[in-house]
Design a protein around this ligand. Structure first.
Ligand code: SAM
Ligand code: DTB
Ligand code: SF4
Length: 391
């Protein structure tokens, strides 16, 4: 007797069909729609539909990781991880009310506020980061937006770090187009400004600036010719739809951010988000994989939260396409895995820090230089040298 398998039902007899069918919530994708979506994976697109993002989230886990690996390997050496080190150059007393943040003046977090650091102090930290194997130095300041005098001082820091032969990154809050140009002129390579979450959920996390403000800063940064580092945070009480919407917004910007940090909330006592449920590890991995598929040429950073993750979860994140981390015992104000542990993790996984030359910018959507995962010219694996070193 002939029997048919209902859409979505697993069938041991038809493994290929199973790769096209949803096993999770978020709508039952029609087989044709999903086939069309899978066929285009690897393209650098800015025309993603939200439903496509949801369909990727809904893939069976093994299929999602398989596709993420294919796309990752077509664009990057899968054993190389870009390494950045963070420094808080101005700490605390921030007027904004970001519900996750240790540095907001509105929450009693016990953090000691520190003024803008001296140039020489910053350069000393950058030299140490470089000696430890970091190729990018990211300077963070707890500002709503920098004042002209502060920007001039920070411009000197950027020029100084660049002169050490490192890539420079800064995260200083909102910028005007003029300020972005000033930073570009100083030699800034990347500006980090996160969307943090979906537009719909954003108002529950921050009330002192709007989503639109953030998008405007991103536009100013892009137009100044600075590479964009933009991502978000998981574990703030957002839904899977919010995560899909965040990634959809990032992947439909006129140009993909070159760097996409996916943070897991570092819970800070005294903030409104203290006690928020942590994301399930597999959901975090899933989000990394979807980011990899949506933005094939971008570096996806396994950002804050690694100290709360097992080595196995981190390994799954690298397998899912994460290829950038923060290295060093501290993020801005919270902890990161200790350096010894990270060196061991790299050794155990056979990972290497990416040399500077490999930190290529992402490609603009629509450009013909799309590498499909199985196409000739897709990136070959290479062996590298060196490793993370101790401070
Ligand atoms: N004040 C600037 C701003 O908000 O644009 C720059 C510094 S701010 C600390 C940079 C980013 O760090 C935030 O946008 C947020 O995504 C992330 N972040 C801050 N606190 C965090 C936490 N507790 N856990 C995870 N990520 C956090
Ligand atoms: C990003 O996305 N994560 C980094 C960086 N950009 C600036 C910051 C993480 C901060 C974690 C909380 C803290 O250490 O204060
Ligand atoms: Fe201030 Fe940035 Fe923290 Fe928000 S995330 S409170 S803007 S330092």
């Amino acid at each position: 007797m002939h029997t048919s398998t209902p859409v979505g039902a697993p069938s041991a007899l038809a493994p290929e069909q199973n790769t096209t069918r949803s096993a999770r919530a978020g709508g039952e994708p029609a087989g044709d729609r999903l086939q069309g979506l899978l066929a285009r994976l690897g393209e650098v697109r800015s025309d993603w539909q939200l439903q496509e993002v949801r369909d990727l989230f809904a893939l069976p886990f093994a299929d999602l990781i398989f596709h993420a690996q294919r796309v990752h390997r077509a664009n990057f050496d899968p054993n190389e991880v870009q390494v950045s080190t963070l420094l808080s150059i101005k700490t605390g007393a921030c007027p904004e009310d970001c519900a996750y943040c240790s540095q907001s003046v509105r929450f009693q977090t016990g953090l000691k506020a520190e003024p803008l650091m001296d140039l020489e102090q910053v350069l000393e930290k950058a030299r140490a980061a470089k000696a430890n194997g970091a190729t990018r130095f990211c300077m963070g300041a707890a500002y709503r937006s920098p004042k002209p005098k502060q920007l001039k001082q920070i411009a000197q820091m950027i020029a100084g770090v660049r002169a050490l032969g490192m890539e420079t990154c800064a995260t200083l809050g909102m910028l005007t187009p003029e300020q972005a140009r000033e930073l570009k002129d100083a030699g800034l390579d990347y500006y980090n400004h996160n969307l943090d979450t979906s537009e719909a959920f954003y108002g529950q996390i921050i009330t002192t600036r709007t989503y639109q403000d953030r998008l405007q800063t991103l536009q100013a940064v892009r137009e100044a010719g600075i590479k964009v580092c933009c991502g978000g945070i998981l574990g703030m009480g957002e839904s899977e739809l919010d995560r899909a919407q965040l990634l959809h917004t990032l992947a439909t910007l006129p140009q993909h951010p070159e760097s996409v940090p996916i943070n897991q909330l570092m819970q800070v006592p005294g903030t409104p988000l203290e006690g928020a449920p942590a994301p399930a590890a597999l959901d975090f991995v899933r989000t990394i994989a979807v980011a990899r598929l949506l933005m094939p040429r971008s570096h996806v950073r396994l950002s804050a939260g690694r100290s709360e993750m097992s080595d196995e979860t981190q390994a799954l994140c690298f397998l899912a396409g994460a290829n950038s981390i923060f290295y060093g015992e501290k993020l801005l104000t919270t902890e990161n895995p200790d350096e010894h542990h990270d060196r061991e993790l790299f050794e155990r996984l056979g990972l290497r820090p990416a040399p500077l030359a490999h930190c290529e910018p992402a490609v603009e959507p629509g450009q013909p230089s799309v590498r499909k995962p199985d196409e000739p010219g897709a990136r070959d694996e290479r062996s590298g040298t060196g490793g993370l070193t101790a401070g």
